[in-house]
Design a protein. Structure first.
Length: 434
């Protein structure tokens, strides 16, 4: 029995879907532990591109039980569309379960997300406008009429709660945000229409996981977003409203930290972020444009061009500690194939002081300047490499140096989008065998 967490070490979009997909082959249960349809996992299988927003990537493996965990926020309309898309592509969703304790994104949360972003003006976060923040806000507000997935199962209770919530939301729309109020009908009808399609999948997530663990199951916990979008440890306020870090898996599942055997941290061979916020190694220039075009760095969920920059090993070193990472999966290395030299950020300079870790004071972080080390590029395509030996020397040096700077060895290397374009290194098996 071995329980593994897959976590993003940067600002999301690190290629966690591909790594989860790979690890799911050996898992009995895959749990998505936080977030909602702000996430977008692209998985390429046999040339076919599949986009997942809510459903754990384990769904691509027949027989693997997939749980949308307590820590998620679930938009039932999006969920049904995603189930339809998968089924239309011949992928069964029969093993998909939804934790009753997850909170529900209602249509007024989406309007609230849009209204709040408008109100923030120049200080906007650049949210995905999927209602994520407002849904988590209702969760932490602990109102008697907050809506959890359990509440979808009782039509009367759901309607009562939606009405009570809507009264509050409409007050805000009218008086704070200059936004159109909503009617109960437009809020509740679309949700009620899809409830019968998901009702049978609703479970006590914690009880299900305890049962599976008692049976000796291997559980894979799939995070969404990334460490620096974490509500506490990220670049606040430009963060998401949940806890993507590995500890978030324990909170969501109802398990102690000792239940986690292995943490695989996923990082791109460079850095991207979407939306506003500090980005020390950003390259708003030709280098960044090349990375964006070669890496197809446009959001899976919103289509927005991602901000691109060099690999920040200060970020990786800090994230490795936050998550208790055992091995790094370094993805999209092939995107760097054309560069003659590839700088990596080895430390920050804060007013003349050298920092090894990301400072948690955002004012300080805003003043940090990158200290780069130039590594030689390999300037040849690596997409066909399947072993360490087949990689060019300079690519191997890059990988080794990244592991050394992060303080955690690289265990997997991604050299292309397809499932089989992955090189497994000894550090990966060592981490998995823990
Ligand atoms: P929210 O999660 O929609 O509230 O957005 C908050 C911040 O997190 C914004 O900067 C988003 O661009 C970012 N974000 C949310 N989900 C993802 C993701 O899956 N990948 C990358 N950025 C994300």
């Amino acid at each position: 029995m071995s329980n593994t967490v897959v976590v993003g070490l940067q600002w999301g979009d690190e290629g966690k879907g591909k790594v989860t997909d790979l690890l799911a082959q050996r898992a009995d249960v895959v749990v998505r532990y936080q977030g909602g349809n702000n996430a977008g996992h692209t998985v390429v299988v046999g040339g076919q591109t599949l986009k997942l927003h809510l459903i754990p990537s384990g769904v691509l493996h027949p027989g693997v039980l997939c749980l949308m965990g307590d820590g998620m926020v679930v938009d039932p309309l999006v969920l049904c569309r995603e189930i339809d898309d998968l089924e239309a592509n011949g992928i069964s969703t029969a093993e998909l379960r939804i934790s009753g304790n997850a909170h529900v994104i209602m249509p007024y949360h989406i309007r609230m997300d849009e209204a709040q972003e408008r109100a923030r003006g120049a200080a906007k976060i650049g949210t995905t406008q999927r209602g994520i923040g407002p849904a988590y806000c209702d969760k932490t507000a602990r109102l008697p009429h907050s809506i959890r997935v359990w509440d979808l199962l009782d039509r009367e209770r759901l309607t009562e709660r939606a009405q009570a919530q809507l009264e509050l939301k409409n007050q805000c729309f009218r008086h704070l945000f200059d936004a159109e109020p909503m009617t109960l009908e437009e809020v509740i009808e679309p949700v009620l229409a899809v409830v019968p399609r998901i009702a049978d999948r609703v479970v006590d997530g914690r009880a299900l996981l305890y049962r599976k663990l008692d049976e000796g199951a291997d559980i894979l916990f799939e995070g969404a977003q990334g460490t620096f979008l974490d509500l506490d440890h990220g670049t606040y306020p430009h963060v998401t409203s949940s806890h993507p870090i590995s500890a978030g898996a324990c909170v969501s599942a109802g398990l102690g930290p000792g239940a986690i055997d292995c943490v695989i941290g996923v990082a791109k061979a460079y850095t991207t972020r979407v939306g506003a916020g500090v980005f020390v190694t950003e390259q708003d220039n030709e280098y960044g444009n090349t990375i964006r075009e070669r890496g197809h760095e446009y959001g899976t969920t919103t289509g927005r061009p991602r901000r691109c920059g060099w690999l920040d090993c200060v970020v990786l070193r800090t994230a490795a500690r936050i998550n208790g990472t055992h091995a790094i999966a370094l993805t999209l290395l092939d995107v760097l194939d054309t560069f003659a030299s590839v700088p990596v950020c080895v430390a920050y300079d804060l007013d003349g002081e050298r920092l090894e870790y990301v400072p948690s004071n955002q004012e300080d972080l805003g003043r940090c300047r990158p200290v780069y080390e130039e590594l030689a590029g390999w300037q040849q395509p690596i997409g066909a490499c399947r072993t360490w030996e087949e990689l060019p020397d300079n690519a191997r040096r890059y990988i080794d140096r990244v592991g050394g700077l992060a303080g955690v060895p690289v265990g997997l290397v991604g050299v292309g989008a397809d499932r089989d374009q992955t090189i497994s290194l000894p550090a990966f098996e060592r981490a998995r065998g823990r």
